[in-house]
Design a protein around this ligand. Sequence first.
Ligand SMILES: NC(=O)C1=CN([C@@H]2O[C@H](COP(=O)(O)OP(=O)(O)OC[C@H]3O[C@@H](n4cnc5c(N)ncnc54)[C@H](O)[C@@H]3O)[C@@H](O)[C@H]2O)[C@@H](O)CC1
Ligand SMILES: [K+]
Length: 531
Amino acid sequence: MTELLTSELMRAVELVAIQSGQVTGLELMERAGQGVVDAVLEEWPDLGQGEHRAVVLCGPGNNGGDGFVVARLLKERGWQVEVFLYGNPDKLPPDAKTNFERWGAAVRPLDAYALGESWGCDLLVDALFGIGLTRGLQPLGELFWNMEDMVDCHPVEVGHPRGRPAIVAIDVPSGICADSGRSFPHAEEHRRFAASAHLTVTFHTAKPGHYLDEGPSACGKLVVKDIGLVTPKDNDWRAQRQETCTLFGPVDPSLLRKDVKHHKYGHGHALIMSGPPGKGGAARLAARAALRVGAGLVTVGCPMRAVSEHAVHLNAIMVQGLDGTHGLAELLEDSRFSALCLGPGMGLGPSTGELVKTALASGRGIVLDADALSRFQRTPQALFDLLHESCVLTPHGGEFARLFPDLSERLTTAPDIGPAYSKVDATREAAARAGCVVVFKGADTVIAAPDGRCSISAAVYERAAPWLATAGSGDVLAGIICGLMARGLPAMNAAETGTWLHVEAARAFGPGLIAEDLPETLPRVFRDLGL
Ligand SMILES: NC(=O)C1=CN([C@@H]2O[C@H](COP(=O)(O)OP(=O)(O)OC[C@H]3O[C@@H](n4cnc5c(N)ncnc54)[C@H](O)[C@@H]3O)[C@@H](O)[C@H]2O)[C@@H](O)CC1
Ligand SMILES: [K+]
């Protein structure tokens, strides 16, 4: 688990270190610049030998200051270095100004570079803006478009005669908000409003924006360099500041082990509600996932007329025909049902809403997904009034917008000032409003509890799982979380652990994955975890 710091918190950590006299801002800047050079040489060892050419693009703040340090350190290694500045050197903040002066060689205005498309270098350093970005950037010609093209289409080739540079972003690709991973679109005709990099080197700890929204694709690869800062642990310091969020993973295997002393009921009984005949596949996927993740028993509850369809497909999973809400209430008199899942394939008719209300009244652990969420599009508050701490909502972007239209709008409207409203902000607000755990799905899944706990469970960088974008994979996730809740995990733990396992199963299976493969790959994931 890694704590991710927003720009405000990062500044606060830096201030504590400087005020305590342990370090100066200038020393931190030197360490940051050195960290970037180290990361570049680790990533491209060929750049460690011989003379190379670098172009460093510096901005008007301390990110630019880091850039001047990098320029100087590369020059000391015998490189040819050209520096371009966005802004006025007289207005640089003190530490950046000192490093501008230490650089001491020519600095040309950025326009000369941005318009000139001078790509003939081995390393291009983006030191324009870091965590201090507060608004959209002025159009920079085709600079960002060319950077994206370079990253997407051209493998780095050190010494290529036409110059195919490795692109490294300092702290965060310029134009990307470090808190949200969002850029600030403007009316310029070019599509890119932020830099792209092969490698992004950040300091002390990653920021939420490295994992959210456009962040990961802009960053390329992310490396965190230690610059000797320590995040204060004391509660007083924390109490005065905004809450942090964590990058979740890996899971704690002890939560998943089965104790030899337990019989099947010791591992819980999950009830997965299904829709009408012909729509039962989603519930069966969820049920299979709940069973594979270790629930002792799993039952699919369905309308009487869907029993035979389920019966021909299911063996270890039981089928129970139910007579509407009355039937569900009667079934739940059996206290051994420890968690429920409603939504996948249930349909948008009134019966779905009624079944959800009956299930919620039982007070059991409940996962609501898909149609169980969309059914409440017109009356979200009616749903929120019934939710409790043992509930988990698992919306994708569309379902989130149906339940929380105002939050979704803030998240999708182009921001004009930074830090931009983030998926972490939106999920946290949603969880507080709903009074339960919310899993806002995507490659940048965010999970929040009503008490403010929040984590990002991202399928990006080395954990990318593009094959998860397949029909039914959300149903499987709902089933995994329900199975974990049936086993006794509290809602937040189940949501975080389930989301992590879901991605891990997709990664373990790899290309060609379909939803059916996910539950079947869980045993391999468990073996790899040492269970
Ligand atoms: N905070 C820390 O702990 C450390 C920070 N360091 C570096 O310092 C950076 C932060 O420095 P700053 O706070 O100076 O922030 P930046 O260097 O990111 O930029 C801030 C400057 O840009 C201006 N600005 C913001 N948005 C703009 C826009 N759209 N168009 C034009 N100007 C704009 C601001 O008014 C300010 O002058 C970090 O990203 C990192 O690279 C490192 O030197 C080491 C330690
Ligand atoms: K940058």
